[in-house]
Design a binder for this molecule. Structure first.
Ligand SMILES: [Zn+2]
Length: 342
């Protein structure tokens, strides 16, 4: 494997080094994205692992910490570029977006933007230094405190169909029993997300791994870290970077349309539907949570399921703002979402 070059630094094959990718100069000095380069001793693809494009989703930094500790550059084929904190500016404020009055504040909707807002410069640095030399990407998006995600997503409608089919194979190799089929040419997510841009601009297949969240206790969070390690290693085996069998899914939920079921009012969310209902059916109109005003103690909102579906995103009791993360329900009314048995 030839050496990896990143932002002017050469990393020898068979070594591991942290390289600071330059982003911008802000009020207090340089902004950089520290990137773990694990350069394998043997030939193979380069896999980009992005975590924390959203600054409050720090659970995935723990996944990459454990993964990097377990990788051995001497036996690795290809290279891993692992970014624990892709959006260090948003991380400073524990917020999804950078709080600088930008008109494109969400780094996962900003790729390819022409402006000089920090979100644009963060995504430009990721594209120019990291995506450009990668062959595949995993972008981790996990729950902020109190919420948990539970799916592995891929893009079904790339202009190049082979990029979509390679992405689907990566999603299945992750071995998680919820596979979410996204479109980038319609709906909320577009070609300016990490996956959309990597696939359309660079022809790189990829997945979004959304497994786990924060605020659930050490034992459960450790299980989710292990699930993500198994998934990431599964993808690396699928790509030929590591020896060993790719996990096979005997049964998984293929999700198409889904409802983000969240509160209209801010307050303390008291769940009636809990994590133990995950991957079970919820009924139309079912009361899922109550929102309590933290000052008057009045119930100010009821969160109800809009249709027949399968619960996958869940939440614990936590304080929410209007529209905040609560539940994700895969629609069983769209005629496409279904359980697939191998
Ligand atoms: Zn996210």
């Amino acid at each position: 494997m030839p050496e990896i070059q990143l932002a002017g630094t050469r990393v020898q094959a068979g070594t591991h080094q942290v390289v600071h990718v330059p982003v911008a100069h802000d009020l207090t000095g340089p902004v950089t994205i520290p990137t773990h380069v694990v350069a394998g001793a043997h030939d193979g693809p380069t896999l980009l692992l992005l975590s924390m494009l959203h600054g409050n989703e720090w659970f995935s930094a723990l996944i990459l910490r454990e993964l990097v500790a377990r990788l051995d550059p001497a036996t690795l084929r290809g290279a891993v570029l692992a970014v624990p904190v892709a959006n260090p500016v948003a991380f400073l404020t524990d917020s999804r977006c950078i709080l600088d009055n930008a008109d494109e504040p969400d780094a996962n909707r900003t790729f390819g933007g022409p402006y000089q807002w920090l979100s644009n410069q963060v995504t430009r640095a990721i594209a120019d230094h990291l995506m450009r030399q990668s062959h595949a990407i995993i972008d981790y998006h996990v729950g902020g405190w109190g919420a948990t995600m539970a799916d592995v997503s891929y893009v079904t409608d790339f202009t190049r169909a082979d990029v979509s089919s390679q992405s689907r194979a990566m999603a299945l190799a992750y071995g998680f029993p919820v596979v979410h089929c996204l479109t980038i040419h319609s709906g909320l997510r577009g070609p300016r997300t990490s996956l959309g841009y990597a696939g359309e601009q660079f022809g790189i297949p990829g997945i979004v791994a959304e497994v786990g969240g924060l605020g659930w206790g050490v034992a459960r969070e450790a299980e989710w870290i292990e699930q993500n390690l198994t998934g990431t290693v599964g993808v690396m085996r699928h790509l030929g970077m590591l020896d060993g069998e790719v996990p096979s899914l005997s049964r998984y939920l293929e999700v198409h349309d889904y409802w983000r079921v969240g509160p209209k009012a801010g307050g303390y969310l008291e769940p009636l539907v809990d994590l133990d209902r995950q991957l079970t059916e919820v009924a139309p109109g079912e009361l899922m949570a109550r929102i309590v005003d933290p000052q008057t103690f009045a119930v100010v909102d009821e969160v109800r399921c809009p249709g027949r579906g399968v619960l996958f995103y869940a939440c614990r009791a936590h304080m929410v703002r209007p529209g905040g993360w609560a539940y994700g329900v895969a629609s069983l009314e769209d005629g496409r979402t279904r359980w697939v048995t191998a």
